[in-house]
Design a protein around this ligand. Structure first.
Ligand code: ZN
Ligand code: ZN
Length: 244
């Protein structure tokens, strides 16, 4: 009974916010679109640099250096935008916290456009990925938001690389505190062991792309990657919209 009331309250809140959040550009505030054409055209995209995302050591573009790959279980990281990109950060916040579901597609298009132009056709065309997996939300979080923000991004990645999407492979076992509210040194402990692999897909040596919206300390991605590797995965690459 209580759960039912709670669910209805969540649905009502989502409906209200979805309908009334004003449609205006996250860059300049002009009404009518989430991102106007001039702001979209002046977005600053990151290049895929031949340096390790973690320590700055020289590596093949996109790859982690061997030491950082070992420490984090992440073998490569790709992201089109810096965490400090205010326009994209604003868009993501509206998408995640104002229940603007349709904005997900805009963000997914920004990601896939960058992947097609900057990555697939040039620097990473020799890598073959096997599977795309979005970082899951805990069930209660998913009910609250109504969608997993990483899933629509993962779909875009799937289309670019033409590999299967597995939304149910990973499960988040317990609720974790929001990473943004914790000091860096507490973030890994917060998410450590919070994922399990739900089904036996025969991951042996598969090259998996994990997709999340933001990579800052990498604690969540590291925890998810570790779980996938323990289940037999070969390499794990992370693709996120924003990175630190
Ligand atoms: Zn604008
Ligand atoms: Zn490194």
């Amino acid at each position: 009974m209580f759960l039912d009331i709670k669910r209805r309250a969540i649905q009502a809140r989502r409906f209200l916010l979805d309908c009334f959040f004003p449609l205006s550009c996250a860059g300049c505030g002009q009404e009518g679109d989430w991102l106007c054409l001039p702001c979209a055209q002046s977005l600053e995209y990151l290049a895929v640099e031949p340096v390790c995302w973690q320590c700055g050591k020289e590596v093949r573009p996109g790859y982690s250096c061997p030491a950082c790959a070992k420490a984090t279980n992440i073998d490569g990281l790709l992201a089109p935008f810096s965490y400090h990109n205010q326009v994209v950060s604003n868009l993501l916040k509206i998408y995640k916290y104002q229940f603007c579901h349709e904005l997900g597609l805009e963000l997914a298009n920004l990601l896939s456009g960058w992947l097609v132009k900057g990555v697939k056709d040039n620097k990473l065309s020799n890598i073959t990925f096997d599977l795309v997996v979005p970082v899951p939300l805990h069930a209660s979080r998913l009910r609250w938001r109504g969608y997993n923000q990483s899933e629509i991004l993962a779909k875009a990645v799937t289309e670019v690389f033409q590999v299967p999407l597995e939304v149910d492979l990973l499960k988040r076992n317990r609720r974790t505190r929001p990473q943004a509210k914790l000091a860096n040194e507490l973030r890994l402990a917060n998410v450590s062991g919070c994922f399990t692999v739900k089904k036996d897909l025969g991951l042996d040596n598969k090259l998996i792309i994990l997709v999340d919206d933001v990579a800052t300390t990498m604690a969540t991605l590291t925890s998810a990657a570790k779980t996938l590797k323990q289940a037999g995965a070969g390499q794990i690459w992370a693709i996120t919209l924003l990175k630190a």
